[in-house]
Structure formats: C-alpha cells, structure tokens
Design a protein. Structure first.
Length: 135
C-alpha cells in the first residue's frame, strides 16, 4: 500500500515493524501470531508454508486451503478495518469473523464427504472461538 501511495508509511499499523509485507501481515505480525495461536494453529513461516496442512488429527487436509484462505482473508480484512475505518479489531473479533465467514463457505462444498469435513473444520474453529471468549 505504501508503494501505491495509499499508506503514508511502509510500517505495520499494528506492531510498527518498519517493513510490512504479505508474510508479515499474515504471519509475523504479533497480531497475526496471536490469531493463529488462538486458533491452535502454527503461524506459517513462508507464503509457501501456508499451503502445508497442519497436522490435526481428525481434520481433512483437503479442506485446509479454504480454511487458510478464510484465516488470511480475515486477518487482512482486520488490517484494512484499522487503516481505512480506524477500527481496531481484537484477535477475538477476527476469530469470530473467521468462524462467521467459514460457516458460509461450508455450503460451497457440494460433495457430502467434503461438506462433512468442512463442518468438522468449522467445529474446530468454533471451539477455538469459544475458548477465547472464556479467557
């Protein structure tokens, strides 16, 4: 955004790291790290690493790309809320938004097996949300 002259600085608006890039935004920023950790998932070490499914027993790795996309999209969306609307979302708000969006994504899985797997992922994400609300 800095290179496109939309932002005044190349620094991360959340943690003030002097160089915000895509990896920083979705993984290295302390905010993103908190979101991943609160979901019980490891932060990706690289953009390529994002496509590697974390080993979680009972969850279908074929659904992971949609889960990862939802998580990264809502982290990005939260950043944009801060930049453009001056809304400082807590990590709990972002997790709530991840769960809300993924609950809609579940319906895009038409095969019964995939739909069941997506609902299992949704249950996993919802449990993380519930745990974070109790803290």
């Amino acid at each position: 955004m800095f290179h496109k002259h939309i932002a005044q600085s190349a620094a991360c608006p959340r943690c003030q790291d002097p160089h915000e890039d895509a990896l920083h935004l979705i993984s290295n920023c302390s905010y993103a790290t908190q979101v991943w950790s609160s979901l019980g998932l490891p932060s990706p070490n690289s953009l390529d690493d994002l496509h590697q499914h974390p080993t979680i027993i009972g969850l279908d790795p074929n659904i992971w790309p949609s889960v990862a996309l939802t998580i990264t999209w809502k982290i990005w969306d939260s950043r944009n809320a801060l930049i453009f609307r001056n809304e400082d979302h807590s990590h709990r708000t972002t997790i709530r938004n991840i769960v809300a969006d993924f609950s809609l994504w579940v319906f895009r899985f038409k095969k019964n097996k995939d739909n069941i797997s997506a609902k299992q992922w949704l249950n996993f994400l919802s449990a993380a949300l519930h745990e974070n609300l109790l803290l």
